[in-house]
Design a protein around this ligand. Structure first.
Ligand code: BMA
Length: 329
């Protein structure tokens, strides 16, 4: 019996594969991972940490493609089934949004995409004066993209919009950082009346023990459920070989999303398969998007593996909520 209701449109064609027989983990991997190889485009060194959304019965996305110069670029992509993707060979070239001055394009990495009200918004890690912060843009059709102002001052990463206004304002999670590989990181919440001016900042979560002891950052767009906002996030541990990126989940209060209701003490996904352990940056699983089907309770999570390829995993909302109840910090 399905207990937890997810808000949002039905998605009967959500990419899906049942949990392998004998497996007990709450989140399981697609058997044909990775779904996007590093060299899908002739120019790409790696394609990972990317975001997808349902679009007119199909799927669209914004993909992080590091090119062979090792410049970090964003490319639009399309798919009929969410599994086999065609990516534009040319990177997205943002136009200034109406009423906006042209905003610097520094680079593009770790995009998120969300439908809010009448358009798809894209947030990503952009450069302001050469330093990382949160870029904001929108599109109606994944052909033309309009860039707005950066949301925050440097240094910031992992800007993730909520799929609707909260308390009458747009809402975003982000992770203030530094100019390097940031050996710290907490998730903050901010609101904006107009998607330009951001304030009302609140701390949401700090690192905790084990797999999430060094830093944490928001992952896919928060999923609205009857239990609260379901947030998948990445947590980082520092081992003697460097950072290890895993994924956990938290439930945030629906009206006060800076208040954490529950948070997983064990991870839900951890670098284990070879494609997660070996690549340009070893030992990374980095979720950036989730598709949901409220009717069946299915969730498909897209994640980057080892900063090299794009992968897919699955779970059921009821099982994640049960796990959060049984294994909360
Ligand atoms: C972060 C970002 C991510 C990357 C991760 C591991 O700072 O650059 O894109 O997956 O490091 O290298």
């Amino acid at each position: 019996m399905k207990k937890t209701a997810m808000t949002g449109p039905d998605l009967p064609n959500i990419p899906w594969e049942e949990r392998p027989r004998g497996a007990t983990d709450v989140v399981w991997r697609y058997s044909k991972n990775p779904i996007i190889p590093r060299d899908l485009l002739p120019s790409s060194n790696s394609i990972f940490n990317s975001a997808v959304v349902p679009y007119q019965g199909e799927f669209r996305g914004v993909f992080r493609c590091d090119d062979k110069r090792r410049a970090m670029q964003l490319h639009a992509g399309r798919s009929q089934d969410g599994l086999r993707w065609r990516l534009d060979p040319e990177r997205i070239r943002f136009q200034p949004a109406e009423g906006f001055e042209p905003t610097e394009w520094g680079y593009g990495y770790d995009p998120r995409v969300v439908w809010i009200e009448d358009r798809y918004y894209i947030t990503w890690c952009n450069a302001l004066a050469g330093w990382p912060t949160i870029g904001v843009a929108y599109t109606h059709d994944f052909e033309t993209f309009y860039q707005m102002e950066n949301a925050f001052l440097p240094f910031n990463r992992n800007g993730v919009l909520f799929p609707r206004r909260v308390n009458g304002n747009y809402a975003m999670l982000s992770r203030p950082s530094d100019r390097g590989h940031t050996p710290f990181g907490e998730i903050y919440y901010s609101e904006s009346p107009d998607m330009t001016y951001w304030g009302k900042h609140r701390l949401v979560m700090r690192p905790a023990g084990g797999w999430q002891s060094t830093k944490i950052g928001a992952g896919p767009v928060p999923i609205e459920t009857s239990e609260g906002w379901l947030v998948f996030y990445h947590g980082v541990l520092t081992s003697c070989n460097g950072f290890v990126y895993s994924m956990g989940a938290a439930l945030l209060d629906i009206d006060r999303p800076w208040e954490v209701v529950r948070r997983t003490e064990p991870y839900l996904l951890h670098p284990r398969e070879l494609y997660e352990r070996v690549g340009d940056v070893p030992n990374v699983v980095f979720p950036c998007a989730a598709l949901t089907d409220p009717i069946t309770g299915r969730i498909a999570i897209y994640y980057g593996a080892a900063d090299t390829v794009t992968c897919l995993s699955f779970c059921r909302v009821d099982e994640v909520i049960d796990f959060l109840e049984a294994h909360s910090l």
